[in-house]
Design a protein around this ligand. Structure first.
Ligand code: SF4
Length: 255
């Protein structure tokens, strides 16, 4: 049976993991009964309490559970790199789609991963985040997150992101806000699509949600800020513009 969990790549000599009998090639399945989904999940779970129950599985499929004391600073093991999730969108302005050919492969990766959003500030449209992942974000307090909204109007958002399943971004945003997650938002403004009334509606509906902010530097001032708005050529117009322009518009600041 294929093990879930995350594979151990190396063990620090003399570490708690070595004492517990964990070896490279094993998979860490659960910590304190919670599934280990990736490196971030491991770090969250292992730091929760000093006495840590770890269930792991060796390459032969044999499972073991050990109770490790003083594990709050880590077990002394390295886990396999996480696979980056990719987006399920087909945005009209997709900057990856518009990349000239011939650059390094990583520049063509349409990454959309809430872990990168939390760790490095990458923006995510949340297209790869189902309800289980939204729960995980709240449970592990992966805050703040950076979310590409583009439009709160469902019909227009579908047109912009090219995915009929991803019109209702406010449902996901509201669920995260109610779970205590701070969200930084951005809008890519496409002339003739999400400017005008769509832009006004988007700003209004995001602005209304500022009261969710309860702590941090924006406390009481508005935590969901539509910034920065970038004006890109859409895919339809880029054919006519060999080098498409981009303007950064001033961000509306909470007062
Ligand atoms: S979310 Fe949109 S812009 Fe970003 S990579 Fe995916 S298709 Fe391109």
């Amino acid at each position: 049976m294929k093990a879930k969990g995350v594979q151990v790549i190396s063990i620090v000599p003399g570490s708690l993991a070595e004492e517990a009998g964990i070896q490279p090639g094993d998979h860490i399945l659960t910590i304190n009964g919670e599934p280990v989904l990736d490196q971030l999940s491991y770090q969250f779970l292992v730091g929760e309490r000093d006495e840590t129950e770890v269930t792991f599985q060796n390459p032969q499929g044999q499972r073991s559970t050990v109770l490790i004391e003083n594990a709050g600073d880590g077990l002394g093991l390295d886990l396999a790199q996480d696979e980056v999730k990719v987006c399920k969108q087909n945005c009209v302005f997709c900057f990856v789609h518009q990349m000239p050919k011939g650059f390094r492969k990583s520049l063509y990766l349409k990454d959309e991963d809430i872990r990168l959003s939390f760790l490095y500030g990458h923006f995510s449209t949340l297209s790869s985040s189902d309800d289980a992942e939204l729960d995980r974000i709240i449970r592990e307090r992966l805050s703040p997150l950076h979310v590409s909204v583009h439009a709160t109007d469902p019909e227009m958002r579908v047109k912009l992101v090219g995915n009929p399943r991803e019109g209702n971004i406010l449902r996901k945003i509201d669920r995260l806000l109610e779970g205590g997650i701070h969200i930084h938002t951005q809008v890519v403004l496409v002339p003739g699509l999400n400017d005008g009334w769509v832009w006004e509606k988007t700003v209004k509906e995001l602005w209304e949600r500022r009261s969710f902010q309860t702590s941090g530097p924006w406390a009481g001032k508005g935590g969901v800020s539509p910034y920065p708005a970038c004006l890109w050529a859409s895919r339809r117009t880029v054919k006519a513009w060999p080098r498409f322009p981009m303007w950064i518009l001033p961000s509306p600041r909470p007062g």
